[in-house]
Design a protein around this ligand. Structure first.
Ligand code: COD
Length: 300
């Protein structure tokens, strides 16, 4: 089974118990819009933590009916994140979502040794895209958390992403480890890591997926490109997960898909106690709603 589009995520959560989602620094229009839509569609039960006056003003200006919603008034955004993270670590909520606050601040709170959401695993960012030019959704990782992952980190990033897709119903997701070229070049670390990850997968050191790399972006997403270059690969042209060499490549690809290809995106952090909805402040309300769907589906 594969997901063809974001709407397929909705089918996964239909009929499931509603997840308690806590929105940190909730005074953000797109986040509130997405959370309230997901609430009205019975996907989540929200708790809003943030500047209550700001939240009410946004809701009034946009005609959002929040009668019956729990609001915890914390005006300082950093304190709001801490309150929300503590609610998750004390099991009062099942999903955390970032509102009007910087990504790095939220990540640091999640990593807090005393009250954060660490599990001992590496935490990584997982973004799912629906683009008209590809035949199914495609995941890209890590575009927002791990800056320059080592081979050790890349193994953990693959394992987090594969476990997530396994939970969404994929039996053996196909992982393309990206490089600038599809041949191993001893001067390009990304290609060396890719070859090692592929071999580790063949030897069952990384399970529940099929890994191939190095693959350049064109061979990863187009079978025709791979065939033109004479590449034989089970993954080429049918990739489910694109593993990025570093955050810069990942982040530029993410933003090019959204701005140039008009792709839909949903994104979460994996490896913590619960999935964390961590979209960028510039992401649309639709992207935030789809990310909530992804988090709810991943926490079933
Ligand atoms: N998973 C688990 N533990 C981690 C991770 C991780 N991905 N990263 C750091 N830790 C642990 C370390 O082992 C250590 O115990 C502690 O956290 C602090 O580690 P530092 O000093 O390396 O971490 P910080 O706090 O300086 O930075 C962590 C960030 C995640 C904030 C940092 O890696 C970062 O800034 N990433 C990029 C965020 C960003 O700007 N994204 C832009 C998206 S648009």
């Amino acid at each position: 089974m594969v997901l063809k589009n974001m709407n397929d995520l909705k089918h996964l959560v239909d009929g499931e118990a509603r997840k308690k989602l806590v929105l940190a620094a909730a005074e953000d229009q797109h986040s509130l819009g997405a959370v309230i839509k997901a609430w009205k569609e019975n996907i989540i039960e929200p708790i809003l933590v943030g500047d209550a006056e700001g939240i009410h003003n946004i809701c009034a200006a946009n005609n959002y009916d929040i009668t019956g919603l729990r609001i915890i008034n914390v005006t300082d955004p950093e304190k709001a994140v801490e309150t929300a993270v503590r609610m998750v670590s004390s099991k009062q909520a099942d999903v955390l979502m970032k509102g009007k606050i910087g990504t790095a601040t939220v990540l640091k709170s999640i990593l807090n040794k005393e009250w954060g959401l660490r599990t001992g695993k590496l935490l990584s960012h997982f973004a799912l895209f629906e683009a008209d030019t590809y035949h199914k959704v495609i995941a890209v990782t890590d575009v927002a958390m791990n800056i320059a992952p080592t081979l050790h980190d890349k193994i953990a990033i693959v394992n987090n992403s594969v476990a997530c897709l396994n939970r969404l119903g994929y039996k053996m997701p196909k992982v393309a480890v990206l490089g600038a070229v599809e041949m191993v070049n001893e001067n390009m670390q990304a290609t060396l890591d890719a070859a090692l990850l592929s071999k580790m997968n063949q030897r069952d050191q990384i399970k529940n997926c099929i890994i191939d790399g190095p693959l350049a972006f064109d061979n990863a997403v187009s079978l025709e490109s791979a065939q033109l270059k004479g590449i034989k690969s089970e993954v080429a042209g049918d990739t489910d997960i694109l593993l990025m060499p570093d955050i810069e490549v990942g982040n530029v690809l993410y933003k090019s898909l959204v701005f140039f290809a008009k792709a839909k995106v949903a994104s979460i952090i994996l490896g913590a106690m619960v999935p964390i909805v961590l979209t960028s402040r510039s992401d649309s309300e639709e992207a935030k709603f789809d990310s909530i769907l992804l988090a709810a589906a991943a926490s079933r």
